[in-house]
Design a protein around this ligand. Structure first.
Ligand SMILES: CC(C)(COP(=O)(O)OP(=O)(O)OC[C@H]1O[C@@H](n2cnc3c(N)ncnc32)[C@H](O)[C@@H]1OP(=O)(O)O)[C@@H](O)C(=O)NCCC(=O)NCCS
Length: 185
């Protein structure tokens, strides 16, 4: 019988999990590792930077004691650079940040051998349900099949952005976190 567990963690848990988190990236994104932005080293650098944020929140999925997937993010600060360079946005209120308004949904990864079992959807909902922010935001490549999943899960495309000089141009998406609150009303 498959035995799986989902667990919430703060930044203090990451030193012990770091090697496994990087392994999952290498496995899930094996087709992208030849691009500088997606190498294990660049991924680890970004992870280390995100973990310095005290609002960092991680949810892991473990199956038969192997970490098979995870999602993480953090609350955007009032002075965040998240929206810098955003193109094609129409709502003037979109980029207003208060320090409590928006959760940045930064990563969602599942090992290839464990995909298409609903684990990503479960991780997504576990990380976002119960968040105090009004909304969440994420970046996704236009050619990533995950983009279709996010659209099905209620996310809306709000513009385009290139956050790092060596990164692709991403679609910027927003999810109203009220959908989780309404579900439990
Ligand atoms: C994107 C990613 C996280 C999805 O992981 P996953 O665990 O396969 O996703 P899920 O199984 O939760 O859902 C994917 C879809 O697979 C299908 N699915 C789920 N279980 C299924 C099953 N048992 N049989 C057939 N299809 C199934 C469903 O269509 C589901 O969509 P739905 O939740 O709307 O019904 C994974 O492909 C990945 O790690 N990709 C590389 C990293 C990446 O691009 N991450 C996104 C960054 S923005």
């Amino acid at each position: 019988m498959t035995y799986w567990t989902v667990a919430h963690h703060g930044p203090e848990a990451v030193p012990d999990l770091r090697a496994q988190l990087i392994d999952v990236h290498v496995d899930a994104r094996s087709d992208l590792l030849d691009q500088d932005f997606y190498t294990a080293e660049r991924f680890a650098q970004r992870l280390d930077a995100y973990v310095k944020d005290p609002t960092f929140a991680l949810v892991t999925m473990t199956v038969d004691q192997v970490l098979v997937g995870y999602a993480f993010g953090g609350t955007l600060s009032a002075s965040t650079r998240w929206w810098k360079g955003l193109r094609d946005a129409t709502d003037p209120d979109l980029t207003r940040e208060t320090g409590t308004r928006t959760f940045a949904f930064r990563e969602l990864l599942v090992r290839k051998a464990h995909q298409r079992r609903g684990y990503a959807h479960a991780l997504h909902d576990k990380l976002l349900a119960g968040r105090p922010e009004e909304r969440a935001t994420l970046l996704v490549r236009r050619d990533n099949p995950a983009r279709e999943l996010y659209l099905r899960w209620g996310w809306k495309v709000v513009g385009k952005v290139q956050p790092f000089p060596d990164s692709p141009v991403f679609d910027s998406m927003v999810l109203d976190l009220g959908i989780f609150r309404r579900r439990t009303d």
